[in-house]
Design a protein around this ligand. Sequence first.
Ligand SMILES: *Cc1c(COP(=O)(O)O)cnc(C)c1O
Length: 447
Amino acid sequence: MDWVEKDLKYIWHPCSQMKDYQELPPIIIDHGKGVYLYDKNGKGYIDVVSSWWCNLLGHCNPKINEAIKAQLDKLEHVIFANFSHEPAIKLCEELSKLVPKGLTKFNFSDNGSASVECALKMSFQYQYQTGNARKTRFMCLTEGYHGETIGALSLGSIDLYAKIYKPMLMDAIHIEAPGCYRCSYRKSRDYCNTECFEHAEKVFEQYADQTCAIIVEPLLQGSAGMRIYPALYLKKLRELCDKHNVLLIADEIATGFGRTGKMFAFDYAGVSPDIMCISKGLTGGYMPMAITITTDEIYGAFYADYNEGKAFMHSHTYSGNPLGCSAALAVLNILREDAILENAAKLAQHLSRKLNEALLDHKNIGEIRHIGLINAMELVKDKKDKIDFEPKLRIGYQIYKKALEKGLILRPLGNVLYFNPPLIINEAEIDKAVGICEEAICSVIGG
Ligand SMILES: *Cc1c(COP(=O)(O)O)cnc(C)c1O
């Protein structure tokens, strides 16, 4: 049996209709280098989706490899209750200089969804222990995505992932999210006064007294199709949360570590959340690790004599894994020493210019939106009236398959194609990727 047959015999791949694999079998990746992944036949693929948005500094980055190897011969893992280790301590010290002001306490877990669950339980218990036991519910934005576990899924509003499970989910309060491409106030994203924030105000009036926290993906609703909204929205949300004693949770799992051009998306708003979740870029895409970061004030509400029963009794076996911490420390070193964000800003301009030149005038590209190196192209049947292609046609998926043939990984979000490449991609690689993307689009829908 060859590798593909064996794969399909045993493996149930994530987020896939396995029947699709009959026509498009899994590509068996043998090794990676920089922005390239190579299959068993030596064919290269440019990974502009950063292997689900987590690869920050290229595959097989020599410095991260070194850091993990060095740690591996010292200590692979240790129970993190009552025990600690240098890599975790150093990592939190370094991160504390980079995260939004006021975030000081670090609680480790091992994936993004788990860090969201941690944030939810923390908020709930904080409100309970500060005399607000009535505040038991959560708010979120429509079109949001916060992970796949039951709590996180309850605060996501994308039917594709959540609909079937509705009877299992918490009854969250959904606020209509900014929808800038089809703004119902006829404003443009860059010159609006976030008129749509009135939806949040109305919902807070009605429900804030039952609500312990709201969770948002700051500036970029990733899974919904890289929907970008203005920083002013976050600033207003901060004020509204303060007014109503609702905690503000920033899900920076996708946006953290320079993806939006700044270290964290919240940096654009000039305000801080009460709790922040980070994961994807944290270890450069090497090790499963996440952190829920919060303030002295929230931490303080759990700090008491043991018998008061106020401790946060939440744990994950792999909390604070030393290999993950070493990888993350190497990532922070590289970001600083190689001025990655400064370079990425220049590359971001280059990428946007190239995509605009190649595709902005295409009859089926409704919008090309960008923030940092993230660029998303909204495919529409009718550009003038912004009418979607029928989902059944799976236009995005057809283009994805075409691009794969030509050596580009462009796994779409419905009918949104996007680039979210490792921050170390270079101009030649960008030019090549944009070229393949254009060819793939034109060969499927013409133009
Ligand atoms: C990926 C993602 C998550 C979930 O992280 P997992 O590690 O896949 O559980 C949560 N929120 C956002 C914004 C994400 O992009």
